[in-house]
Design a protein around this ligand. Sequence first.
Ligand code: FAD
Length: 498
Amino acid sequence: MTTDPSLSTFLSQARELLGDRAVLTDAEGFAPYANDWRQKFFGKPAAVVFASSTEQVAQLVRLANTHEVALVPQGGNTGLSGGATPDDTGRQVILNLSRMTRIRARDQDNKTITVDAGVTMQTVQEEADKMGLTFPLNLTARGTATIGGNLSTNAGGTAVLRYGNARALCLGVEVVTADGQIWDGLRGLRKDNTGYDLRDLFVGAEGTLGIITGAVMALHPKPAGVMTALACLPDPVPAKAAAQAVALLQIAQQHCNASLTGFEFMTPSSMNPVSDYYPQFARPAGLGTPEQSCVLLEVSHAESEQAATALLERVLEVAMEQDLVVDALVAQSMQQAQAFWDLREHITMAAAEDGLQVKFDIALPISSIAEFCRITEDKLRQAYPGIRLSNFGHLGDGNLHFNVAAPAELFEGLDRQGRHDACRQYVKANEDCIRRIIHDEVVARQGSISAEHGLGILRRDEAAHYKSSVEMDLMRRIKQALDPKNILNPNKVLRTNP
Ligand SMILES: Cc1cc2nc3c(=O)[nH]c(=O)nc-3n(C[C@H](O)[C@H](O)[C@H](O)COP(=O)(O)OP(=O)(O)OC[C@H]3O[C@@H](n4cnc5c(N)ncnc54)[C@H](O)[C@@H]3O)c2cc1C
């Protein structure tokens, strides 16, 4: 129980507004909300409050203003940058929107769906499917991640190559501003040049400028045929395999153009933990050698499955003629296609089972990927002998998760807890220097240190280190203008408290 009188008053008024069951104050009850998915950030909230409507969110924000209580917006709490985790002061309150689950409107001809912010990505996918359409935003945490969280992180995932990220799929938003007003920007328009684009200010703001309570999301026609292949690249050196993957991407784009809907790169050290912890989703036996990297390709065609297959087979044939692919499997059934995606999608979960890593979410111009991988891998292996480089990701978008795991010899013979402790210590001791090596190489090539996960707390200071003073100043002025009392997610994205 808090001894802070303004916080106590806020909490009792929140109880009156939402009911007792929507205000959790016991540490055990709020454990699943207080820490981040990877268990890297551990928060100490004063409470977790659950809003069920936009009006409730607005009233809560007004209360927070009156009592100067900081709110940390939260959806599914699957974010990977600590943005939804409160600090450890015991004064911040998590405002969870996962109970806002209304589908507000479906518009078949406009190909849009209007939803509450707490609706999960998977529910929107299922609703689109019922309308005979597709909602192409897709990532492994789809069953839990919410549309509000997707928009606030400007999530990417596996279909950005063809359909763009969350921002590209968002036509309108409803937002509760930091002073508790409701802005209804739920317009289902693909063109709207009526002044500053406020929608795009809130998308990707990670809950620091306003609370997204509803959204109009764009849907797309369902392709008639979707074909998937797993291709094995010849070179056992991961950096050289990355260069081969870039060359394969050129061939795939040349032959498929917009029909190329997925292009995912996976090195062996990213796939091996899947075999260890989720053997049912392991790389297919006999596809190349265990030292070789793979690319998952997906081709979608508006006309037919045969047309998609023909495109995919042609790509693989040309790539094999050019010695860029040594072996490949084209999925013969939906189950097999799903098995290929299961392998890709379990990489993050298997890595979490294996132990904490230094995580990266970088974007590079595609033309720089090969050189970046070669130089950065050399530098890292020289500075940190034995490290395991788990490089994988949405290479078709220029987005790599260039993660660094502790040397295996550090935890040989230890049980699970011992391994996790050893990895955590390794990350704590080395992450700053590893980050500097990798991010310097990224920024030297005009890349980004956060492609799709956002800055949160994890990359906040890194962004400030690399951004110009002009860019930082503009960001601070926007925050100051929209949230002058620093009520919304303080200290995320930008340092706002001393
Ligand atoms: C296994 C796994 C795989 C993943 N793969 C991908 C991937 O491929 N691509 C990708 O981009 N991400 C990926 N993620 C990260 C994560 O799923 C996304 O960032 C997702 O968009 C977060 O949604 P959420 O509802 O869980 O948001 P949360 O984690 O609850 O919050 C994320 C941020 O948004 C803010 N926020 C949440 N809801 C609101 C709201 N309504 N209004 C204002 N601010 C809000 C929070 O304060 C926080 O800063 C993955 C995560 C996991 C666990």
